[in-house]
Write a protein that binds this ligand. Sequence first.
Ligand code: NIG
Ligand code: FE
Length: 402
Amino acid sequence: MAGIPADLLFEGARLATMAGPGLGVVEQGVLAVRDGRIAYAGPREGAPRFEAAERVDCEGRWITPGLVDCHTHLVFAGDRSEEFARRLAGESYADIARSGGGIASTVRATRAADEAALLAAALPRLDALLAEGVTTVEVKSGYGLDEETERRQLRVARALARERAVTVRATYLGAHAVPPDGTRAGYLDLVCDRMIPALAAEGLADAVDVFQEGIAFTGAECARVFTAARAAGLPVKSHAEQLSDTGGAALAARFGALSADHLEYCSNAGAAAMAQAGTVAVILPGAFLMLNEARKPPIAAFRAEGVAMAVATDLNPGSSPIASLRVSATLACVLFGMTVEEVWRGMTIHAARALGLRAEAGSLEVGKRADLALWSVDSLAQVVAQIGPSPLWARYHGGVRA
Ligand code: NIG
Ligand code: FE
């Protein structure tokens, strides 16, 4: 009797499927791929017989879902290492922002860079993520703060997916800061009345994000942005309670946000609202570390409320110049007390949810895209317990070795 046809069959693997609660470990696992999708992922015993064009003997290695970095700002020009030195000398992130540095500094450099220059600058950052097993990455705009440059950033985000074997979600973060050459009211009109509908129609943005903070936008302003996004059919996300509690998590939840991110100052009420709405908490320890913050996100409240937690790099030139999702996970464990299991789910299934990709990515389940990371380790703890050489053995995007 002939077996079931498959393009690829991984044998002798240990699987962490992330299906159901926990890691979904299968010790003696088999994974079959057909037409770029997972056709089977489970125990060898009782698996159907596959007739595979190609077989890979994993020799006991681990297969996890390809990693998902669900929060980055990796398309930008310029360098802000000087601000690192200023912070060491005692200035705060907010002081530097108010004095014309911070986001505004990257805006100046990004406006001056053409598409080719932005792409060339972004690729090495993306490559660093891919080298550690990332197969899906989110990329935000927000360093243009004008029509032309925001569009250029989003086009470069789309171009990244043509240059590399990776799925890219592009997020419009027009409400990142008030542009240096604009007024608050005029800029919000541009974001809400022109940019959001246009970008949705052009298919350049998959979601809309805001920065709700004392140094950025108020709750009322963010609510207006969310309302425009909803009208344009785009899901929303929020940079919320990073430096103070302005009720950003609860507002995001009220608009059914995919995620609220940072959250160091999130209240119990904010966590409860997120749980109710199914909004994912995206934990960003890189920014916490680099800004030398003291206030930690309320991990215990998220656990108690049943809020799904993701972990991401926040890769950007200012607050989180960290091009490693693994290191971010390590930091989430060491600095915030997340468990190994939590950060693994946070880099896979919960991160996929934070991007609205629950049906496509983040777990080893039949029908999902065959995005896989194969690891030369004895245990999954090894991947996050060390900062150093990547133990990634192979990466597959849509069933193709990448
Ligand atoms: O996620 N919080 C706001 N935005 C970015 C940082 C932007 C920057 O410093 O360039 C963040 O931390
Ligand atoms: Fe961010």
